[in-house]
Design a protein around this ligand. Structure first.
Ligand code: OOG
Ligand code: NI
Length: 465
């Protein structure tokens, strides 16, 4: 049965993202300070760099910039993950990509829930990096059984949220009132709880196994642990953070600074050491640090060739460093990254001609004004040379496993770097999720192809890529 008054999932996502931001601002005061710093920096960059402003205007990113943020959560069971997948689907968010964090000593694997079509991303690019704890990696069988029993008892969704998910699935969407209720109810899953669900002693045991395990198992639900705004210049924000009472981690994750940003650069700071009441305590006596701050700068999405080059250069720099980047070796790490990345072309035309990045193509004024009396096949490059078509890099909408591991580690205060023998298990993850994850590269290729088709139609030509 179809429902005539359904609210578009894109709008539900946009509202949810705003509600989440309001909740987080109340919960984590430094988030407000960070948002202000990012807004100031973005205004400064747009003022001083007309080329960046023009590029963002042509893709429409300029309108979504202030809305743009990602959050992260960690869940404990397959059922929690599968239900989250259904909850996010109500908001038009699908699981994109598979990230295995175990090589970095973090016992989770993850996906990112996000919108997949450029027109939906334009309404709201809100993403949630979602990790599933791999309980099978807890070596101690008693502790593992204890963790499982605690998780089996909790229910992380309100009854009304579950009913609205079902309503949406059965009737093809939610009406205005239901959408409003859904946003309010869904938000409850991500809220912070000062009361733990275990005793102080159990918390200590879980935490001694891995801080992350305690963070997932000892609480009522998967509290949102950060909400990350997008900045146009991460180096400026990183440099100004201390003035605002914020201490960033030692290195910016991802590629080095470039003329033409690629993929994703991120930095984070530890936000809160929070008072916790364990079940054997009336008042908060313990503490736990789960929630932190993060900012990111997004650049061009890379093709498989571009990504392979990125991975090779990143690994070469890290191999040469012979250690995980930290406070003490940060300057050397940055130098090594810059040296190695000179091998990655730093102009959009080279990146495009060498097939390293994805682009969106737009017909120019000149192209529209041109006489299309001579229909036929024309090459994309020829039309770009004739200035009938302009190429604009496609923004990277996803995450990077090595960066994510660095973010996890810095916030868990984890210097131990646990080594897990067990490896990547996408199949188990997808089984828990209840559906396959989407290949992010196929999404970029689709957007690129659609933009070429639109140009073909507008110019009345058949364009050969
Ligand atoms: C997620 C860390 C990864 C990112 O931006 O790469 C992440 C977590 O700590 O739960 O958010
Ligand atoms: Ni993040």
């Amino acid at each position: 049965m179809s429902n005539h008054n359904v609210v578009s999932p894109d709008l539900i996502r946009q509202r949810f993202s705003r509600a989440m931001s309001d909740m987080y601002r109340e919960e984590v005061p430094l988030y407000g300070a960070l948002m202000e710093l990012v807004a100031q920096t973005n205004a400064q960059v747009l003022d001083s760099d007309p080329a960046v402003a023009r590029q963002l205007r042509s893709t429409g990113e300029i309108e979504r910039l202030d809305l743009e943020r990602h959050g992260a959560i960690r869940v404990g069971t397959a059922q929690e993950l599968a239900t989250l997948c259904r909850l996010f689907a109500v908001m038009g968010m699908q699981p994109v990509g598979y990230y295995d964090l175990t090589p970095a000593g973090v016992p989770v694997h993850s996906t990112a829930f996000r919108a997949v079509h450029e027109s939906s991303l334009q309404v709201s690019p809100f993403r949630v990096f979602t990790s599933l704890l791999r309980l099978e990696l807890i070596e101690n069988p008693e502790l593992r059984a204890f963790a499982e029993s605690v998780l089996a008892k909790r229910s992380i969704f309100t009854a009304q949220a579950l009913a609205l998910i079902e309503q949406s699935e059965q009737h093809g969407g939610l009406n205005e009132q239901q959408a409003e209720d859904f946003v309010e109810q869904a938000l409850e899953t991500f809220r912070w709880h000062h009361r733990a669900t275990v005793t102080a002693a159990h918390y200590q045991q879980l935490s001694a196994q891995h801080r992350l395990i305690a963070d997932v198992v000892a609480f009522k639900g998967p509290h949102i642990n950060h909400l990350t705004p997008r900045t146009l210049d991460i180096d400026i924000v990183q440099a100004k953070m201390p003035e605002h009472g914020i201490t960033p981690k030692a290195v910016i994750e991802g590629p080095p600074r470039r003329q033409c940003p690629i993929l994703l650069r991120q930095t984070s700071f530890k936000a809160l050491d929070e008072p916790i009441a364990f079940t054997d305590q009336q008042q908060a006596h313990g503490s736990h640090s789960a929630r932190f701050g993060e900012i990111e700068q997004r650049g061009a999405a890379l093709t498989p060739e571009g990504r392979a080059l990125y991975d090779r250069l990143l690994n070469a720099a890290r191999d040469e460093l012979k250690d995980f980047p930290n406070e003490a070796n940060a300057a050397r790490y940055n130098r090594l990254m810059e040296q190695h990345f000179t091998a990655f072309p730093d102009s959009y035309s080279e990146m495009r001609e060498q097939g390293l990045a994805y682009f969106r193509y737009f017909v120019t004024e000149k192209g529209l004004a041109a006489d299309s009396d001579e229909p036929g096949a024309t090459s994309l490059q020829g039309l770009i040379n004739a200035e009938y078509i302009r190429a604009v890099p496609l923004v990277y909408e996803d995450f990077l496993p090595v960066s994510a591991a660095g973010i996890f580690q810095s916030n868990l205060g984890d210097t131990a770097h646990t080594h897990y023998g067990e490896h990547s298990n996408r199949q188990a993850f997808e089984q828990a999720l209840g559906r396959p994850t989407i290949d992010e590269l196929a999404l970029y290729a689709d957007t690129q192809r659609r933009s070429i088709e639109e140009c073909s139609t507008a110019l009345g030509l058949s364009i050969l890529g």
